[in-house]
Design a protein around this ligand. Structure first.
Ligand SMILES: Cc1ncc(COP(=O)(O)O)c(C=O)c1O
Length: 477
C-alpha cells in the first residue's frame, strides 16, 4: 500500500546531553535536567524507529497526534546494542574466497571507495553507471512524453522539495512576481520557498477541496506581469487535481512569457502530462511516489523557454547547489555518455530509477493513466458506499492516485488509522492545516494498482470498511 509523505524527523546523531560547562554549583541538578530533556527528546524522535513500541498516531506537520489522548512522551528505552557480535555477520562468513573482478572491485583505489565497499554500489564515473545515467535521462523524456531535444531533463540528489529551490533560485529574480495557484498545503510551502529567494509570491486560493477557477486565473494574469505561475498538479494534502492543459492554454494566450511550473510530485507517473503538447515550462517531481523508487531523487523537466530565462538572468542564481547552470552541462554530458562532475550523483538511486522508468515506459503511458483512473473509480465508489465524502467533491477536481476522505462527525484520524494499521494498511492523516484532524488520505498509486497480481486496493478498501465500523462502534456512533 502506498504511504503518503509521512516523514518523522530522524536524527542523524543522538544528542549527548553532556552537561559540561554548567557551573559547578547545581551541577547535579543541571545534569539531571539535561538528562530528562534528552530522554524526552529521544523519546519523541526515536519512538517511530523502534518496532517494539505500539505505534502512536501518525505524525505529519499538522498532526492529529497533538490532539490525541495518548501521552506524547512514551518512555524510550533504546535497544541494547552493546553486543553487536551476535547480530553482525562475521567478516568472513558469507564472503566468497576471491570475489570475481567486477566494476566495484576494479576501481577501489579511487577517492570515493567507502560506499562501494559497504554496498557494492558503482562509482559515478564507471562506464556502466555513465550508460545507466544517460539512459535514465532519456527515459525521463519518455515519462514526460517529450520528444523535443531542446527540452532538458534533470535528475539530482535531493527530494521533491529541491525542485522548488531549483525553480525559485534559478528562474525567478529578487522582486519578480510569482502567481501560486493554491489547492492545499503544498502551495503554501512552494510560495514560502519562492519568497525565501526574494520573489513576490501571490497565492490564488480556493476553498478546501476546490481549485481556483479558470476565470480567476485569467483575471489574475491580466492584473500584473508574472514571471512564473505555479500549479500543484495533485495536492497531496487534499487530493485536488488541477487541469494543467487548460491552465497552460490560458497562460499562453494571456501572458505568453510567464513560465508555467508544475509541481508534479504526486502526479508524475499516474496523471497525464504531455510536456511538449501542453507547452509546459517546468515539471518537478520526486522519485518516491507514483514512480515507485526509493526517496532521494529530485527530477525535473525544463523547456527551452525556461532554460532561456535562466541564461538571461540579470543577477546570479540565488543558490549554488540548486542552480540550473551548474547541473545543465552535467545532464547533457551524461546523456551523451560522458562522465561529468558537479556534485556526486547517488548511483544506486539512479540505478533504481532506471529500473522503474524502464518498466513504466515499456507500456504506453496512456495505459498507465487508465489503470490509475480505474483503481481510483473503485476507491471512490467504495468511499461513497460507506457514506463518506471526499474533500474534492467535484469529479473533475479529483486526483486518480489518492483520495482524501472526510471522517464522520465525532471521529478523528487516531480513531481510524490504528485499525487500518492493525490490518496491515497504512493510510495518512489529514495535512491541510485548517482541517487536518477531520480527514484521512488513501494513496492508490504505482505497483499497488499497476500490478494485477496484487490485491492491494481491494484489501485496503476492505480494511477501511472494517476499521470505520470498529471506530464508530468504539465511539458509540
Ligand atoms: C505535491 C507535493 N509537492 C512537494 C512535495 C515535497 O516532496 P519531498 O517530500 O520529496 O521533498 C510533496 C511531498 O509529499 C508533495 O506531495
Amino acid at each position: 500500500m502506498t504511504q503518503l509523505g509521512l516523514a518523522s524527523p530522524i536524527p542523524t546523531k543522538k544528542s549527548s546531553g553532556d552537561p559540561k560547562g554548567s557551573p559547578q554549583c547545581g551541577a547535579e541538578l543541571s545534569e539531571k535536567l539535561a538528562s530528562t530533556r534528552t530522554t524526552q527528546r529521544l523519546s519523541l524522535i526515536s519512538r517511530h524507529l523502534d518496532q517494539r513500541l505500539p505505534l502512536p498516531g501518525l505524525n505529519t506537520p499538522f498532526s492529529t497526534e497533538r490532539d490525541s489522548q495518548s501521552p506524547d512522551d512514551i518512555e524510550y528505552k533504546p535497544l541494547d546494542r552493546t553486543d553487536l557480535s551476535s547480530t553482525l555477520p562475521s567478516a568472513t562468513s558469507s564472503q566468497p574466497e576471491s570475489p570475481s573482478p567486477n566494476i566495484s572491485t576494479m576501481l577501489s583505489f579511487s577517492p570515493w571507495p567507502t560506499m562501494r565497499e559497504s554496498t557494492g554500489g558503482p562509482s559515478h564515473v564507471a562506464p556502466g553507471f555513465v550508460k545507466t545515467f544517460g539512459e535514465t535521462l532519456t527515459l525521463v523524456r519518455k515519462l514526460f512524453q517529450s520528444t523535443n531535444p531542446a527540452a532538458q531533463p534533470f535528475v539530482i540528489s535531493g527530494s521533491g522539495t529541491l525542485g522548488w529551490d531549483v525553480v525559485a533560485s534559478s528562474l525567478v529574480e529578487k522582486g519578480e512576481n510569482a502567481l501560486v495557484l493554491h489547492t492545499g498545503y503544498f502551495a503554501d510551502s512552494f510560495a514560502k520557498c519562492l519568497e525565501t529567494y526574494g520573489a513576490n509570491a501571490t497565492q490564488l486560493k480556493a476553498p478546501i477541496g476546490e481549485r481556483p477557477s479558470f476565470e480567476q486565473i485569467e483575471q489574475a494574469l491580466k492584473e500584473k506581469p508574472y514571471k512564473i505561475i505555479t500549479v500543484t498538479h495533485v495536492d497531496t494534502s487534499t487530493g485536488v487535481l488541477s487541469d494543467i492543459k487548460r491552465i497552460a492554454e490560458i497562460v499562453r494566450r494571456v501572458s505568453p512569457n510567464t513560465l508555467v511550473v508544475v509541481d508534479g510530485v504526486c502526479s508524475v507517473g499516474c496523471e497525464e502530462i504531455a510536456f511538449d503538447a501542453w507547452d509546459i515550462d517546468v515539471v518537478l517531481t520526486a522519485s518516491q511516489k507514483a514512480i515507485g523508487c526509493p526517496p532521494g531523487l529530485s527530477i525535473l523537466m525544463a523547456s527551452p523557454r525556461a532554460l532561456d530565462v535562466f541564461k538571461n538572468r540579470q543577477s546570479p542564481p540565488a543558490s549554488y547547489y540548486a542552480s540550473i547552470g551548474n547541473w545543465l552541462p552535467i545532464m547533457q554530458n551524461y546523456e551523451n555518455l560522458k562522465p561529468s562532475y558537479f556534485a556526486t550523483p547517488p548511483t544506486q538511486l539512479v540505478h533504481a530509477l532506471h529500473t522503474t522508468l524502464s518498466q513504466i515506459t515499456s507500456r504506453p503511458m496512456a495505459e498507465r493513466f487508465a489503470v490509475h483512473a480505474q483503481a481510483s473509480d473503485r476507491v471512490k465508489a467504495a468511499v461513497a458506499e460507506l457514506g463518506l465524502k471526499q474533500l474534492a467533491a467535484k469529479p473533475e477536481n479529483q486526483a486518480h492516485a489518492m483520495t482524501a476522505i472526510w471522517l464522520p462527525e465525532g471521529l478523528t484520524p487516531p480513531d481510524v488509522l490504528p485499525g487500518l494499521l492493525k490490518r496491515g494498511v497504512i493510510f495518512a492523516a489529514g495535512l491541510h492545516k485548517e482541517a487536518a484532524t477531520k480527514y484521512i488520505r488513501f494513496g492508490h498509486m504505482g505497483v499497488s494498482v499497476s500490478d494485477p497480481a496484487r490485491n492491494d486496493v481491494d484489501n485496503a478498501i476492505a480494511a477501511l470498511k472494517e476499521a470505520m465500523a470498529e471506530a464508530k462502534q468504539a465511539k458509540g456512533l
